[in-house]
Design a protein around this ligand. Structure first.
Ligand SMILES: Cc1ncc(COP(=O)(O)O)c(C=O)c1O
Length: 271
C-alpha cells in the first residue's frame, strides 16, 4: 500500500516542512490510543476535490469524538499545504488532528490506476465498533489487519463482512456490486459503515442506476460486477471475491460508473 515518504511535503501546526522533520511527542494520545481524527483529500492538478465535504466530515468526526478542533486552522493549513504542493500536483493530502492537539498534514503520492494490483477481495469477518459511528478516527489497526489477513489468504484487499453474513465495505473503501448488469447497490449507512464521500457522490451521480441496499455474503454468488470506491481509488474494478471470478476486465457498469465519476470530478473542478 502506498504511503507517505520521508521526503513528502508536510505541515505541522501551520509550519510547512519535509515529513522527515515533522515530529510529535510520544505522549500524544493520538499515538498512544489512536485518539484523533483524520481525512484524506484528493488533489487533482493542484485543486482539492470535495474540500468542503471533507472539512464538514472532519468537524463531525471531532464533535462525535469530543475532540477540540480549530476548523479554521485546519482549513488554512490544508490550503497552504495544497498550494505548496504546486499547481500541477495530483496527490492525496492526509490531515490528522490528535488528542494532543497537533495538526498534521502530509502530501501522499497517487498510485497510477494501471499500477494498482487487480482487486481480489477476500471476505474477512468484522464487527463495526458502534461507538465510532460517524467518526473517521485514527484507530485503524483493525482495518489494516483485515487487509493483511486478506493478503495472507491470497487476495489483495479485504471485504469486511459481519458474522451474520452482511457485506459492509473494504478497510478504506466503499463497496458497490451489480447483480443485474445495469444497476449497482451499496450497503446502507445503517450497517455502520463510513459515510464515504466518493460513495455519496456516486449515488448522486448515478441517480436511478445506484441504490443503497443490504448486501448479503450469500448473494455475492450472483454478482456480475463489483467495484471499490474511495478518495484514493476513485472507482476500481474487483476481479474476484473469494472463489467468485468476476472477470479480469472491468464490466460495463463499472466502466460507466468510473466515467461518470471522472466527469463529475472534472466538472466540479472546472476542467
Ligand atoms: C472504512 C472506510 N470506508 C470507506 C472509505 C472511503 O471514503 P472516501 O470516499 O470519503 O474516501 C474510507 C476512506 O478512508 C474508509 O476508511
Amino acid at each position: 500500500m502506498a504511503g507517505p515518504t520521508d521526503d513528502a511535503l508536510a505541515i505541522l501546526d501551520g509550519t510547512i516542512l519535509p515529513a522527515a522533520e515533522a515530529s510529535i511527542g510520544v505522549t500524544d494520545l493520538g499515538l498512544i490510543r489512536g485518539d484523533g481524527v483524520f481525512e484524506v483529500i484528493a488533489v487533482k492538478d493542484g485543486q482539492p476535490f470535495a474540500f468542503e465535504d471533507h472539512l464538514r466530515r472532519m468537524a463531525t468526526s471531532a464533535e462525535n469524538l469530543r475532540l477540540e478542533l480549530d476548523l479554521g486552522a485546519v482549513e488554512r493549513e490544508l490550503r497552504a499545504l495544497i498550494e505548496a504542493a504546486g499547481p500541477t500536483a495530483t496527490a492525496s493530502v492526509r490531515f490528522m488532528v490528535t488528542r494532543g492537539g497537533r495538526r498534521i498534514g502530509i502530501v501522499e503520492p497517487v498510485v497510477a490506476p494501471d499500477a494498482k494490483p487487480p482487486l481480489k477481495l477476500v471476505t474477512v469477518e468484522y464487527v463495526p465498533t458502534r461507538i465510532l459511528d460517524g467518526i473517521k478516527s485514527l484507530s485503524y489497526g483493525s482495518n489494516m489487519l483485515a487487509t493483511r489477513i486478506a493478503v495472507e489468504r491470497g487476495g489483495t484487499e479485504a471485504l469486511l463482512v459481519t458474522p451474520h453474513g452482511r457485506v459492509l465495505e473494504a478497510p478504506t473503501s466503499a463497496f458497490f456490486v451489480s447483480f443485474d448488469g445495469e444497476t449497482v447497490v451499496t450497503p446502507p449507512l445503517s450497517d455502520h459503515i463510513l459515510d464515504s464521500i466518493t460513495r455519496r457522490r456516486l449515488l448522486s451521480v448515478l441517480g436511478d442506476r445506484a441504490r443503497e441496499e443490504v448486501v448479503t455474503v450469500e448473494s455475492l454468488g450472483r454478482a456480475r460486477e463489483a467495484f471499490l470506491a474511495s478518495t484514493t481509488r476513485d472507482v476500481q474494478a474487483v476481479v474476484a471475491i473469494d472463489d467468485i471470478d468476476l472477470g479480469a476486465l472491468p464490466g460495463p457498469v463499472t466502466l460507466a460508473a468510473g466515467e461518470a465519476f471522472a466527469a463529475h470530478v472534472a466538472d466540479e473542478l472546472g476542467a
